[in-house]
Design a protein around this ligand. Structure first.
Ligand SMILES: *Cc1c(COP(=O)(O)O)cnc(C)c1O
Length: 458
């Protein structure tokens, strides 16, 4: 089949939905650095994780043996409401850029939560329900995860309390209302409803804009104290990357139908789940030496965990109650400037992505400025129609750069990027960009050194 015949959108049928998630850890030829108990520095056990996490999810967290894990039938049924998601050949963007590159994007914004987060939310809610729990707690930054989990908990009839990073809570009141529609209780963080929240408020009375790390601590505290309740997390963890592999598996099947394979895979990286999921099956080929796609992780200059962080054991939260994970981190006390890509403000990075980056399998990490990101977002919206989430626009920015390079060199690279979500709730940010009010202040070396001082000595 000639490449001209590739349609604008490649839709798989429901029968082509993956029946199993792919666990890239099983194929990584590296020692997996285990999660450590913060008190003893010994690897955490299932028994230690169970008071915090749902049992089945804790098992997935520790599983580095099984490459494929069955997607439960009720989760697949829910997936059918909005999956398979389209893989789009960006003909209009290619024409606009006048590039010989072929650009594809996997669009995860076509569900009400507006992002890929629903892929893991529904799986996590399912396992909580199966275990007979009555509710779960979580945090949300930009609001996409909280919305996705609200939808999932609403579907399975679970109680949900969401700690929402305060700057997002104030910037995006509609997000909060949307979560309420699906039945969630939403609390701005830091809050006075938890010990750790009260401590943060007392120590930083001038900085109440909050961070994901603090919101995590609050949600974990409540999960530990409320009966029949566990904590769930929308990114960073191995289990989330596992669930998000559905993105990559569908992309690979869709591309195979037309005999194409990406030379380059680009994704934005906050906690690493969408990029982890998108790249997993392609990474499998690379780990097995069969193919050699070039992977780029894109992060904001304001929260540069891969490009300026340290590969070290660190807490996953600001309150230092979670296990220690070996990851690229800016320190659990790092407070990023209030950027407009709330979903990319986490101090650490998925241990899977961190290890793959450390070992050179992820070829490159690039930090980009939010002004450049919004510029790219608007160029994209005007030619491809979709209004991207600011997080997603980080991947767009680098895709535009790479496609423009191809124009200079004449290379016909096949570029695949993750369009993780839509930006309807980010109009204040778009507005501020268009008024020229956004600025970029990368963290100073001093503030990064501060964050590093805080890391546990392991
Ligand atoms: C949460 C989010 C991200 C970043 O999270 P990852 O775990 O790195 O994928 C990116 N895009 C959107 C739209 C999000 O909601």
């Amino acid at each position: 089949m000639s490449k001209q015949e590739i349609p604008y959108k490649i839709y798989l049928t429901e029968n082509e939905l993956p029946k199993e998630w792919y666990n890239v850890r099983a194929d990584m030829r590296t020692d997996h650095r285990p999660l450590l108990n913060p008190a003893t520095h010994e690897p955490v056990t299932l028994a230690e994780l169970e008071p915090v996490f749902c049992t089945e999810l804790a098992k997935q967290e520790l599983n580095d043996k099984d490459a494929y894990i069955e997607i439960p039938a009720p989760v697949r049924d829910f997936y059918k409401m909005y999956r398979p998601s389209p893989l789009v050949r960006a003909y209009c963007l290619e024409k606009y850029l006048d590039t010989p590159a072929e650009i594809y994007y996997k669009f995860e914004g076509n569900n009400t939560s507006g992002s890929h987060k629903l892929n893991s939310a529904i799986a996590q809610a399912y396992y909580a329900k199966e275990q007979g729990l009555t509710g779960v707690t979580t945090e949300t930054g930009a609001g996409q995860w909280g919305t996705a989990l609200s939808m999932a908990c609403g579907y399975f009839g679970l109680d949900l309390t969401v700690y929402m990073v305060r700057c997002s809570y104030e910037q995006k009141p509609q997000r909060r209302t949307l979560m309420n529609v699906y039945g969630a209780n939403v609390i701005p963080s830091p809050s006075d409803t938890t010990a750790v929240g009260r401590k943060m408020l007392a120590e930083h009375p001038d900085n109440t804009s909050g961070s994901l790390g603090t919101a995590i601590s609050e949600a974990v505290e409540v999960a530990l104290t409320k009966p029949n309740t566990r904590y769930v997390l929308g990114s960073v963890l191995n289990q989330v990357v596992l669930h998000q592999s559905v993105i990559g598996l569908e992309s690979k099947t869709a591309m195979e139908k037309y005999g194409v394979y990406p030379d380059m895979v680009i994704g934005c990286a906050g906690g690493g789940s969408n990029l982890g999921g998108l790249m997993s099956p392609f990474m499998r080929d690379k780990l097995k030496g069969e193919r050699d796609p070039y992977f780029i992780a894109v992060e904001p200059m304001s929260c540069p965990s891969l490009t300026r962080g340290k590969f070290a054991y660190d807490f996953c939260d600001t309150g230092k109650v979670t296990p220690l994970a070996k990851m690229y981190t800016l320190g659990s006390g790092f407070m990023p400037a209030p950027s407009h890509a709330g979903g990319l403000r986490y101090h650490g990075m998925s241990p899977i992505l961190s290890q793959l980056y450390h070992d050179g399998y992820i070829n490159e990490a690039r930090a980009v400025s939010q002004v450049d990101v919004f510029k790219a977002a608007i160029e994209f919206a005007r030619v491809e129609g979709i209004l991207p989430a600011p997080e997603s626009a980080h991947a767009i920015k680098v895709t535009l750069d790479e496609a423009r390079k191809c124009k200079e060199t004449g290379e016909k690279k096949v570029i695949l990027f993750g369009l993780t979500g839509t930006g309807y709730f980010d109009m204040i940010s778009y507005d501020r960009y268009m008024k020229g009010e956004l600025n970029d202040a990368p963290p100073t070396d001093e503030s990064l050194a501060e964050g590093e001082k805080d890391m546990p000595k392991v």
